[in-house]
Design a protein around this ligand. Structure first.
Ligand SMILES: [Zn+2]
Length: 369
């Protein structure tokens, strides 16, 4: 609620980016493309950022609306996108990012624009790259909003990694690399090992800041900030804890990871549902044609970004369906997907976190029919 302790507690919670070596190696492979010309020329989007720190830049994208857009190739401080909304009475922050430094960057940037009281900081879902900087907000007395089950999912997913033996944690992933029966499978296993190494490292250099204002997913929450009204609502797809922030009268949507813009979607979560996610994307596609989307990862986009990720899902589904009907076992099918030329530039975070589980989940959905 206050900003007086921002700079003090920033030092207290300073995260040592040197801990992120493995992660950074992975992230460096993921440069942020330039804004599409249609977005860059959108009247809502300011031509120059409020601030650009390399790892992220903050853009004014509407009346009181700001988007924090990360460039993972320039450092892992924020990694995901976020943003903030400022009205004349109050402000709302979106995302806790990967580190306390990331959350501090966003809060401090917001404070250069508005001194309004902060209603809260929303994690669009519980994943580490959206929530590991929460402790910084907590230390600044900012309420932490999230889906009602997000706190539990954070504890269940990340507490077991904290203090766990690193070698034992990584062993099954290293074994998968050793046992790989082909170069393709080996490359996939190596990408998974890099990803889990990063998650382990980040979990062990973070304090879990658990959301303390659970939002009932069955009840969309309307927040009036004074001249800026946002609706927080739950939609299925990426993590079972996904919340979006919609600003209906400006046609702007902060999607969290329900939209990967120009990326392959991360589908590993046990609560991820491919059919649910595709239904969510169909809903986004049915919104106004001029809707501006702030994705969880990748560049700001319009409806073209929604169309592109729907095409990616269509392609994964079409390739998986052929294998399903040909009787290819799921373990094999997960590795056989071929990235078509038109998606060659779409980053794949790690095979076993994206394409592999998407195929496994599709097989499960079809097998259950
Ligand atoms: Zn996520």
């Amino acid at each position: 609620m206050t900003d007086v302790s921002v700079f003090l507690s920033r030092r207290d919670f300073l995260t040592h980016t040197s801990c992120f070596g493995a992660y950074y190696a992975l992230a460096r492979l993921i440069p942020l493309p330039a804004m599409a010309s249609a977005v860059a020329s959108d009247k809502r989007v300011a031509p120059t950022p409020v601030i650009d720190r390399g790892f992220a830049a903050v853009y004014n994208i509407g009346n009181g609306l700001y988007a924090t857009i990360s460039d993972p190739s320039k450092g892992p401080t924020t990694l995901c996108n976020g943003g903030f909304l400022v009205g004349k009475d109050a402000a709302l922050l979106i995302e806790g990012f990967t580190t306390c430094d990331g959350a501090a960057f966003q809060l401090q940037t917001m404070r250069t624009i508005s001194k309004a009281p902060i209603k809260g900081a929303l994690d669009t879902h519980y994943h580490f790259d959206h929530s590991m900087g929460n402790a910084f907000y907590g230390a600044n007395n900012i309420p932490l909003l999230a889906h009602a089950t997000a706190a539990r999912r954070m504890v269940d997913s990340y507490s077991p990694l904290q203090g766990a033996d690193k070698a034992a944690t990584l062993a099954p992933f290293e074994k998968a690399v050793r046992d790989a029966k082909s170069e393709t499978i080996k490359a996939h296993a190596q990408s998974d090992l890099a990803a889990i190494t990063s998650v382990y490292t980040i979990a062990n250099s973070s304090i879990l800041g658990l959301p303390n204002h659970p939002i009932d997913p069955a009840k969309p929450l309307t927040i009036d900030l004074g001249g800026v009204t946002a609706v927080i609502e739950s939609l299925p797809g990426h993590s079972g804890t996904d919340m979006i922030v919609r600003v209906p009268d400006q046609n702007v949507v902060y999607t969290g990871d329900l939209l990967f813009s120009g990326w392959y979607p991360v589908c590993f979560d046990e609560k991820a549902t491919i059919s649910g996610w595709r239904a969510t994307l169909a809903k986004f596609a049915s919104l106004d044609k001029d809707t501006l989307f702030v994705p969880g990862h990748g560049q700001l986009c319009g409806q073209d970004g929604i169309a592109a990720i729907r095409e990616v899902f269509d392609d994964i589904s079409a390739q998986a369906e052929k294998m399903f009907h040909a009787g290819v076992p799921v373990e094999e099918a997960q590795h056989r997907y071929l990235v078509p030329d038109k998606f060659k530039n779409f980053p794949i975070f790690a095979w076993g976190f994206t394409i592999g589980p998407a195929i496994a989940k599709l097989y499960a959905e079809w097998g259950n029919k």
